[in-house]
Design a protein around this ligand. Structure first.
Ligand code: BGP
Length: 490
């Protein structure tokens, strides 16, 4: 069956993973700029200078920096965001390729530090404004609707060094000033906005999602509240000043199953589900759910939510729901199973019914159909799948061709799952933007080797490659999918 006529087919990227030009035209340093290149086995590090003047690096997901650490970039470290794939200088060529595929939408993020280099300025940097003006003009030229994430895994490091970033309430005003500037300058061409990418990932990725250099649960709870308030205030500003703007949230989602029918596994799975639902419940329903308040209380996490805060959340609910979906995970309450499983925080206990990607992510298209039904029945709001795809190593043949049949197979099965959700289950799904439509730097590992694109970018992790772009087999395939409204998937 066909997808709706107005369906937004496209692709997705994030500024820090593809723009490059990290210090061009007055841009400031962001949290992502301080993350080194890692690998499948080596976690990315974050670099800083201690009070005593020592340069140190700590693993991104374990970061617990000493008091007084000053984050930044230092000689001798390899920071992949600094050059990305240099979209900054290739945007015309890249957008022309998206247009050739027939994109109806393109999801990108604005880099806060291009507009407000330190995060707390009162007026935007006009050169930063001009860059996105040019990008949006180019997209408009091809009738491609931009879908803009305001904060995709980057926070001005200036705010971390000044007051600990999102753990401090003052960051809310800085963000709202930035978000309002974006809305004021670009709303004539941008109609779809997302506030925070994978906002729930702050729970385990304080640095990645919020520039918070600490794993202290009270700081993470405060940073979470502050982002949720900033998101709600942005929605309020948009609704008051730009009625044509639609604002969505963005959840990092992995469909979770109880590993067995043992009731303890089912309870654990529910608790895991609640840790994700919490974010979309606040953003779509406008209040902190009782289960999360109970958890904070029981764990002794100091946490404040004023009457004023509650009002802000109530009046700032989103217009649509979006999420990323790559894989599913099995949840077990049995310590023996957990000890035996190699699963990490992303992948859970291995599911015997599923195959995994080269990076150990469990491939599960049916899980996407389940997720779509779950979100739609819970919120009854339009949905978009704004990330999905297969990170894989590609081989360039002697003649330059790239036969990525594995990627086509992955995407085909997920598109079939979306088709079933729309046409058989009645879900209101309005868009699909597969991740990394052009090869870019991986968020979790910082590698170029983990490729998602329809477009190959000749850049390697050892620094070689001329940056040239070429079409993989999936390029022609996706073009056909879009042209046929999802009916020709062969
Ligand atoms: C999501 C992020 C993206 C992206 C994607 C793929 O979590 O929103 O920024 O990178 O995952 O992950 P990775 O790049 O680690 O393969």
């Amino acid at each position: 069956m066909a997808f709706p006529k107005e369906f937004l087919w496209g692709g997705a990227v994030a500024a820090n993973q593809f723009e490059g030009g990290w210090d061009k035209d007055g841009k400031g340093v962001s949290s992502a700029d301080c993350c080194t290149r890692g690998s499948r086995t080596q976690m990315r590090n974050v670099t800083f200078e201690t009070k005593e003047g020592k340069i140190e690096a700590q693993p991104m997901f374990m970061l617990n920096a000493p008091e007084g650490a000053e984050f930044g970039c230092f000689e001798g470290y390899d920071y992949p965001s600094h050059n990305g794939i240099d979209f900054y200088d290739h945007y015309k060529e890249d957008i022309a390729l998206f247009a050739e595929m027939g994109f109806k939408t393109f999801r990108l993020s604005i880099n806060w530090t291009r507009l407000f280099p330190n995060g707390d300025e009162t007026e935007p940097n006009e050169k930063g404004i001009a860059f996105y003006d040019a990008v949006f003009d180019e997209l408009t030229k091809y009738h491609i609707e931009p879908l803009v994430t305001l904060s995709h895994y980057e926070t001005p490091v200036g705010l971390t060094n000044k007051w600990g970033s999102w753990a401090d309430r003052r960051t809310i005003d800085c963000f709202v000033r930035y978000a309002s500037a974006c809305l004021d300058r670009y709303s004539d061409r941008v109609h779809y906005w997302l506030t925070f990418n994978e906002i729930n990932c702050i729970s385990f990725g304080g640095w990645m999602a919020a520039g918070v250099p600490s794993r202290d649960p009270a700081k993470i709870a405060a940073a979470t509240r502050n982002q949720l308030l900033a998101s709600a205030l942005t929605v309020q500003y948009a609704h008051a000043h730009h009625p044509s703007a639609k604002i969505g949230n963005m959840i990092g989602y992995s469909q979770a199953y109880p590993y067995t029918c043992n009731p303890n596994d089912a309870l654990k799975q529910l608790q895991m589900q609640q840790s994700i639902d919490f974010f979309s419940d606040v953003q779509a329903k406008g209040y902190y759910p009782s289960y999360i308040l109970a958890q904070y209380k029981n764990k002794g996490v100091g946490f404040e939510l004023s009457e004023e805060d509650k009002k802000i959340l109530k009046n700032g609910t989103v217009d649509f729901i979006t999420f990323s979906y790559y894989m599913s995970a099995c949840i077990s309450a049995d310590p023996e199973v957990l000890a035996k499983s190699k699963g990490n925080m992303f992948t859970g206990v291995p599911n015997p019914y599923l195959k995994t990607s080269d990076w150990g992510w469990q491939i599960d298209p049916t899980g996407l159909r389940t997720a779509l039904n779950y979100f739609y029945s819970r919120y009854q709001l339009p949905l978009m799948v704004v990330e999905n795809g297969l990170g894989a190593q590609d081989t360039v043949e002697k003649d330059g061709s790239i036969h990525d049949s594995y990627r086509i197979a992955y995407l085909r099965d997920h598109i079939k799952a979306m088709d079933a959700a729309i046409n058989e289950d009645g879900v209101d799904l309005i868009g699909y933007t597969p991740w990394g439509c052009i090869d870019l730097v991986s968020a979790s590992t910082g590698e170029m080797a983990k490729r998602y694109g329809f477009i190959y970018v000749n850049l390697q992790d050892d620094g070689t490659g001329d940056g040239s772009r070429s079409r993989k087999d999936s390029f022609a395939w996706y073009k056909k999918v879009i042209a046929s409204q999802g009916t020709d998937l062969d």
